[in-house]
Design a protein around this ligand. Structure first.
Ligand code: SF4
Ligand code: F3S
Length: 106
């Protein structure tokens, strides 16, 4: 399965949503997650993300392993998002900032 990591937080560009063939992205206040039970591992979302936030599960960076569990858990709580929308207001200011986990709103 594929996993959204911290780079998405406070950006939420949603380019990924428009290409997913199975609508397995779920939307929270300032982050998206992928439902591991829906993802068909097509990989088309990876190059679409301006923040390079999406990884195949086996390639998630060592310091972001917790996002595997975060995606699985929050996908059960958040609604599906099936079409792109405007990024968050300050997305371009946050895109290059690392260690954004502390800002994740559930
Ligand atoms: Fe959707 Fe494919 Fe990305 Fe999985 S890898 S989230 S199926 S676009
Ligand atoms: Fe997030 Fe990238 Fe999608 S910033 S909303 S994973 S395009």
């Amino acid at each position: 399965t594929f996993v959204v990591t911290q780079a998405c937080i406070k950006c939420k560009y949603t380019d990924c949503v428009s290409v997913c063939p199975v609508d397995c992205f779920h939307e929270g206040p300032n982050f998206l997650v992928i439902n591991p039970e829906g993802c068909i591992d097509c990989g088309v979302c990876i190059p679409e993300c301006p923040a390079s936030a999406i990884y195949e599960e086996g390639n998630v960076p060592a310091d972001q392993q917790e996002f595997i569990e975060i995606n699985a858990r929050l996908a059960q709580l958040w609604p599906v998002i099936d079409s792109a929308k405007e990024p968050l207001e300050d997305a371009d200011a946050w895109v290059d900032i690392t260690n954004k986990k502390q800002y994740l709103e559930e």
